[in-house]
Structure formats: structure tokens, C-alpha cells
Ligand binder design. Structure first.
Ligand code: HH2
Length: 263
């Protein structure tokens, strides 16, 4: 899943794809690079980010969806926490909602169900403004698993088909490095919940910390290593900024694991 942030303030690509033509170019570039899904976001949810108005988010996201949805050879996802943005994006042809807030906005579940859209439900402790201040868990894996199962169940009861749901432990969303590591090592258990697991660790600060404290633009190798680890552990969707590098690495990983059996 290739990331397209049409924001001025995203932690790693903020300000690069704010203009419509640059966003469209990057979208097609990611298709060429081997993305299987594109994920367009109009609000940064990095730690400390200030929420934007719904009108502003719609102004950023809807024109991009409008210009891409009918033409792209791959599904278009929209990364939003807001029901109204979901409604407008699905009207314009998006086919998936990626929600860091797991459809907790009022009416969000209904909008996804009515449109027969796919959805990714993510775990987040607190909200982006304050979530990294002092996150504490009794058992992070239990808490994430229980939350995701509860949300998935509610979505199914509300008419979203089980095979339209993916789950995401939410790396970096109210988690210290140790929490992220525990969740990473528990991916096989999370996979056993029966839904495809999405992992988003691309260029995140905990990858930088594991690399000795490097900035976002120097986290490519660590991000690719984490993507391979996640895939090996059963994750089926990997959300990344660096599509080409990740795709090439995953292709080799996949071939080593499962490919060319008849050669
Ligand atoms: N991470 C970010 C945003 N959306 N969605 C899912 N499902 N999983 C994630 O881990 C995830 C996400 C944050 O990364 P990014 O979009 O690069 O940054 P920003 O929020 O600053 O725009």
C-alpha cells in the first residue's frame, strides 16, 4: 500500500504532494513502482499533529480521488477519521477507508457498510495530539487484540462483510518502542484473529531509534527490514512511502518463501 499524503505537515513527506498535479504524478509513479493499493490522506496523524477542519480535509482529498479513482488500475483507499470525508471520498470512487480511529466517528460504520467499501481498522491509544506523551499498558498485545476484535465484530454486526475488513495494530500510535516491538513479535498471534493484518512502520520514529537515532529520510533500510519481518510474520498489507524498494524486497522474500517450486 503506497502512501500519498496531500498535507503540508506529514512527518516524512509533508508538503511534497500538496499540489494536485504533483499528487497525481506521485500516484502514477507508485503504480509503476508496484503498489497494489494507494492510500490518500489529507490529515497528518503524526504525534503532536493539530487536527484540520473537515472542510479542509475534503478540499485536499476529494480532488485527488476524483481524478484517480476511475483511472487507476489498483484500488484507492482514503486515510481519514471523519465520516463526512469518507462519504465524499466513496462518492468519488474510492473503494477502501483506512481509519486510524477504527470507524469510531459517528455514522462512520454505516457509511462504509452502505457503500460496500473495504476498511482497515487501526488501534490507537488516545489521540494524535497527546498519544505519545506517556502510553502505558498492562499487556499491550491483549489490549490491541481485544480492541480490534471488538471493532471488527461491531462492523460485521452493522453490515460490513468480514472479507472487507483488515486490522492494524497501529505502530507508533500511543506506543513506546517496547510496545511496538512486542506487537511486531506478536504478529503471528494477531494474524490468527482471521483478518488480514496491515502493518504501517514506514520511516516511523521507532525504526529510526532502532537504527541508532536517524532522521525520517534515512530510515529506508530499516523500514524495508521491518516490512520483510512483518510479511514473514503473516502481515498481508504493508503501508509504505518507499514503494519500489519495498516491493522489490518483498518480491524476493515471496519467491524465496513460496516461488518457483516446479523449477
Ligand atoms: N500510520 C500513519 C497514517 N495512517 N494508517 C494505518 N492503517 N496504519 C498506520 O500505521 C498509519 C496509518 C502515519 O504515517 P504517515 O501517513 O506517513 O504520516 P502522517 O500521519 O504524518 O501523515
Amino acid at each position: 500500500m503506497g502512501i500519498l499524503n496531500v498535507t503540508p505537515d506529514s512527518f516524512s513527506d509533508g508538503g511534497r504532494y500538496e499540489q494536485l498535479d504533483r499528487a497525481l504524478d506521485r500516484a502514477w509513479e507508485m503504480v509503476d513502482e508496484g503498489a497494489a493499493i494507494l492510500d490518500v490522506g489529507g490529515e497528518s496523524t503524526r504525534p503532536g499533529a493539530i487536527a484540520v477542519s473537515i472542510e479542509e480535509e475534503i478540499k485536499r482529498v476529494v480532488p485527488v480521488v476524483n481524478r484517480l479513482a476511475a483511472k487507476l488500475p489498483i484500488p484507492l483507499s482514503v486515510d481519514t477519521r471523519h465520516t463526512e470525508v469518507m462519504r465524499r471520498a466513496l462518492e468519488e470512487g474510492a473503494s477502501m477507508i483506512n481509519d486510524v480511529n477504527a470507524l469510531r466517528d459517528e455514522g462512520a460504520i454505516e457509511v462504509v457498510a452502505e457503500n460496500d467499501a473495504a476498511v482497515c481498522l487501526m488501534h490507537m491509544k488516545g489521540d494524535p495530539r497527546t498519544m505519545q506523551k506517556a502510553p502505558e499498558y498492562k499487556n499491550v498485545v491483549d489490549e490491541v487484540e481485544n480492541f480490534l476484535l471488538e471493532r471488527a465484530e461491531l462492523c460485521e454486526q452493522s453490515g460490513i462483510a468480514a472479507d472487507r475488513i483488515a486490522l492494524d495494530p497501529g505502530f507508533g500510535f500511543g506506543k513506546k518502542v517496547k510496545h511496538n516491538l512486542r506487537l511486531m513479535r506478536s504478529l503471528p498471534r494477531l494474524t490468527a484473529m482471521g483478518y488480514p493484518i496491515l502493518v504501517g512502520v514506514s520511516r516511523k520514529s521507532f525504526i529510526g531509534e532502532l537504527m541508532g537515532g536517524v532522521p525520517a529520510e534515512a530510515r529506508l533500510q530499516g523500514s524495508v527490514a521491518a516490512a520483510l519481518y512483518a510479511a514473514q510474520s503473516g502481515a498481508r498489507l504493508i503501508r509504505v512511502h518507499d514503494v519500489r524498494a519495498t516491493r522489490e524486497a518483498l518480491d524476493v522474500f515471496w519467491a524465496l518463501s513460496f516461488g518457483l517450486e516446479n523449477e
